[in-house]
Design a protein around this ligand. Sequence first.
Ligand SMILES: Nc1ncnc2c1ncn2[C@@H]1O[C@H](COP(=O)(O)OP(=O)(O)O)[C@@H](O)[C@H]1O
Ligand SMILES: [Mg+2]
Length: 325
Amino acid sequence: MDAPLLQVEGLTTHLFTDAGTVRAVEGVSLTIGRGEAVALVGESGCGKSMTALSLMRLVRPPGRILGGRVEFEGRNLLDLREEEMRRLRGGDIAMIFQDPMTFLNPLMRVGDQIAEAVRLHQGLDSRAAWRAALAALELVRIPAPDSVIEYYPHQLSGGMRQRVLIAMAISSRPSLLIADEPTTALDVTVQAQIMELLGDIRRELGSAMLLITHDLGLVAEYCDRIYVMYAGQIVEEADVGPLFASPQHPYTRALLKSTLGPDARVDAFESISGQPPDLARPPAGCRFHPRCPEALARCAHDEPPVIRPAAGRQARCWLLAQDAA
Ligand SMILES: Nc1ncnc2c1ncn2[C@@H]1O[C@H](COP(=O)(O)OP(=O)(O)O)[C@@H](O)[C@H]1O
Ligand SMILES: [Mg+2]
């Protein structure tokens, strides 16, 4: 079997704040195959973004990566020199975030920003880079790209800015695209257009994608496999079909119910009672036990084991350990 494109093992990242140590990412393991679309889902505050930032080594103080491996095409990214890491970012691994304005320079024309990214990673001269920027804008289907290339970011709508960011991200033809809530800030119609666009681009370039989202609807439509994250840990993994058909973890069941139920809301998690824990003081035992409708006595003090009921499936839950015994 081919080695996966990305293999993460035991990734752990904490934030050392005045209020205590925030255990944002606790021993996260996940794999992504070439060309595969993998989702990382969970409520807000569960550690999804910190996981993505850790993969890219973009964690800033008070955060620090404490351990684990991030193997990408056979190299552990956590061992690379910063300079090698910079070349990878925006090169073979590209990122798209929720708010394009954080990553676009308001004082630079769209074309110059894309061209700069292209020059940095492909060593083209400025005319060739400008042509590559135009091609990237065409690829993300921006209308009138030869006008838009001269615009400044504030002259564009939210959806168009996100397209520009995608154009920048894909200009280097990355083998992995990490998209952290790429459409959360957009209205539903634009959201669908952007997701379709990402799908088309992935097919064209053969790129794999890690889609971080709290929207299980998007996952069902655009992903092959899914990791469910709760309070800094992966609590379930499955292919999308089996996950929707037979969720194993009570947290996943709660998520699905709130997304697909009769009164599903735009915010998929509104109907789960309570909130994810403060990760400076995570509950003992299973981190989900205070909210779990099926909790057993031992869930309050013993950490649940990871059970693998079938190939490509895992869930971290005492209920399954009982079934297996
Ligand atoms: N700069 C920071 N300082 C302190 N805590 C932070 C910081 N950034 C994130 N956190 C905490 O880390 C945890 C994980 O956050 P995050 O990865 O952003 O979650 P998600 O992306 O799933 O919403 C949360 O409890 C959040 O409050
Ligand atoms: Mg986030």
